[in-house]
Design a protein. Structure first.
Length: 221
């Protein structure tokens, strides 16, 4: 029989893109440890997944745990120079999605500098074992929002204070993944999902609630 694993510190639901979601987000956050991931890319602003500037301001002013997931030219600017003109008021964490297979020493350093400048912790993605560099947090992500589910998941690095897992997670897969692969066993970790909590390319709070019930309410997870 598969043994239970420690629940994540919180679940990040990424792709919030409408102010109409706010009442439901507030209600769900009052019941479960949730971080809401907001995707930022000037080129895609206002399209599905990427909220308009007005919606973003509404979200940033709400009493929610938010993470900024910076994409596109701004993400490349951060890893290359350590700077980008982005308002991070209201965000407690920043993830720099520069879209490369790995991160060089300078990219890690610049990301950490950018986060520190704004008083938040920076995160980068990795596609293999978790790096040992603690200047940033690491999210294992081979999916990049496409819903691809890995066949193997890396063990948490005992030397890291925090690590994250993403890839094909949603109401239908999260329980099996956490239990079968013992995700985050013995470590403080978070899980992130994007496509798995959308229906018809719309952010689906009912799916978010279903995930929370599975992870935090049901015995064995």
């Amino acid at each position: 029989m598969t043994t239970a694993c420690t629940p994540p510190a919180y679940i990040t639901f990424t792709g919030v893109d409408s102010a109409d979601l706010l009442p439901g987000m507030l209600a769900l956050s009052a019941r479960y440890p949730i971080e809401w991931g907001v995707l930022l890319d000037a080129v895609q602003e206002g399209s599905p997944l990427f909220p308009s500037a007005g919606v973003r301001r509404v979200l940033q002013s709400a009493p929610l745990r938010l993470s900024a997931h910076i994409c596109g030219a701004a993400a490349h600017g951060i890893v290359e120079t350590g700077d980008a003109a982005i308002d991070l008021a209201g965000f407690s964490r920043v993830q720099i999605n520069h879209g490369r297979a790995g991160s060089s020493d300078s990219e890690i350093r610049n990301s950490a500098i950018f986060g520190a400048r704004h008083g938040v912790r920076a995160a980068l993605q990795c596609q293999g074992d978790f790096p040992s560099d603690t200047r940033v947090d690491w999210l294992y992500d081979v999916s990049f929002g496409t819903g691809v589910r890995p066949t193997t998941w890396p063990a948490a690095n005992a030397g890291l204070p925090f690590c994250g897992y993403s890839g094909g997670l949603g109401p239908d897969t999260v329980r099996d993944t956490l239990l079968k692969f013992q995700i985050g066993a013995g470590a403080s970790y978070w899980i992130d999902m994007e496509s798995g909590v959308r229906t018809g390319n719309r952010f689906d709070l009912a799916k978010c609630e279903a995930v929370c019930r599975i992870v935090f309410d049901q015995p064995g997870v």
